[in-house]
Ligand binder design. Structure first.
Ligand SMILES: Cc1cc2nc3c(=O)[nH]c(=O)nc-3n(C[C@H](O)[C@H](O)[C@H](O)COP(=O)(O)O)c2cc1C
Length: 385
């Protein structure tokens, strides 16, 4: 079994190779290492579990907090727990979105393992479902077993290409209904998925999403939680490859000129504050369609399943050349959102104990560079025999 130290060395060496290999590519200078996990995935680390985890950490997850911790157990197990400091207490008070991110990670883990001929058995919350918040108990116990006849998942081919888009979508390029149907067909639980490219409904959902965004932005606690997680400039991204990455040349110049500072982002009337508001609004308004996921109950296991389905949906969109961005504001459970939250549940025909788990816009845009990740070695806790 590889020790954490061995993995650190291997991953470190790979990162150096990777950094050299990607020099000159389009993303911000000095941040290549923050993207190295996208390059390192696909290497062989001498343990099928680690090979699969290298892909799993590329999963979509709220505010890119990457809250997962992994402990290799014996020869074929992984215990998954949550780094509790990486949750979003204001934006995601019940840890629902954080749990969804774990589901997405487990689905990628499953796909990556299948590529190498391993089936994974996943026992959700083997120590009990943590309520009302996640705690130090295991999120999942995963067991690898060889299964040479196992089918590979075609969606996995896009695992390294998948991006959450923060670009306006092309207003001249609507998403075809047939394309939407293909994307929706990727979801394991067909009863949970919805989508639309219909003009009237699209307009209604744009309006709802915009109001949700304004409510989140104008609410001090949630806005500040996001600002604290903003990595402004290339150096900040390299130092903390998580959170909301604001890298690139323009951002560096704004930072240097003092236009974008955490304080200004938090002060109505400043360019930083007003731009933050209007930029996201423009993204919402450019939506060419929407997709969403619901569940009949809101158990922790349903949240994991929603995450698994979300990454499937996203990978299927990627395969079809369609960009995706979750717009989670109206699904968030903090008090200032409660009226819009109720409106969203009604819009998607969900009644308690059911909930809308995910909601996002779709459309066409140039795909962006991958988002930063901490190296896998930093998410591994010492193995147990
Ligand atoms: C449960 C959940 C909620 C999310 N909500 C939002 C959102 O409201 N707005 C947004 O831009 N991205 C949202 N995201 C996307 C994450 O920010 C994104 O996955 C993360 O930054 C990593 O980037 P990547 O998906 O390109 O790898 C969400 C992702 C998940 C899993």
């Amino acid at each position: 079994m590889p020790t954490r130290r061995m993995l650190l060395t291997t991953a470190g060496a790979a990162a150096v190779v990777t950094t050299a290999g990607v020099a000159g590519l389009a993303w911000a200078p000095g941040t290549a290492e923050a993207r190295a996990p996208w390059r390192v995935a696909g290497e062989t680390f001498g343990d099928a579990r680690v090979d699969a985890l290298a892909y799993a950490i590329l999963a979509p997850n709220p505010h890119n907090r990457q809250p997962w911790l992994f402990q290799l157990v014996g020869d074929n197990g992984i215990d998954v727990t949550c780094d509790l400091d990486r949750r979003l207490p204001h934006t995601d008070p019940p840890d629902r979105q954080t749990t969804i991110g774990f589901g997405a990670m487990l689905e990628l883990l499953t796909m990556a393992a299948a590529e190498k001929g391993y089936a994974v058995d996943i026992d959700y919350f083997p120590d009990g479902e943590p309520q009302p918040l996640l705690d130090s108990r295991r999120i999942a116990a995963v067991t690898f077993r060889t299964d040479p006849g196992l089918a590979k998942d075609p969606l996995f081919q896009d695992a390294l290409a998948r991006r959450t888009s923060r670009a306006p979508f092309d207003a001249e390029r609507p998403v075809d209904k047939a394309v939407l149907n293909t994307i929706m067909a990727s979801v394991a639980d067909q009863s949970s998925v919805g989508g639309t490219v219909d003009a009237d409904r699209r307009a209604r959902l744009i309006d709802l999403a915009r109001r949700g965004w304004i409510a989140e932005y104008e609410n001090d606690a949630t806005r500040r939680e996001s600002i604290e997680l903003m990595r402004i400039g290339n150096r900040a991204v390299a130092q903390n490859p998580d959170g909301i990455s604001l890298d690139g040349t323009a951002m560096g110049l704004f930072k240097m000129a003092g236009v974008i500072t955490p304080k200004k982002l938090d002060t109505p009337g400043t360019t930083a504050y007003e731009q933050g508001l209007s930029t996201y609004n423009a993204l919402i308004e450019s939506a060419q369609g929407f997709v969403w996921l619901t569940s009949e109950t809101n158990t922790r296991s349903e949240q994991l399943n929603a995450g698994r389905d979300w990454v499937r949906l996203h990978l299927a969109a990627q395969k079809a050349g369609v960009s995706v961005q979750p717009l989670s504001q109206v699904l968030q459970e903090f008090p200032a959102m409660s009226a819009l939250y109720a409106e969203a549940q009604e819009e998607f025909g969900v009644a308690a104990p059911g909930v809308v788990q995910m909601f996002g816009r779709i459309g066409y845009a140039k795909f962006s560079p991958p988002s930063p990740r901490w190296p896998l070695s930093s998410r591994l806790i010492d193995a147990v025999a």
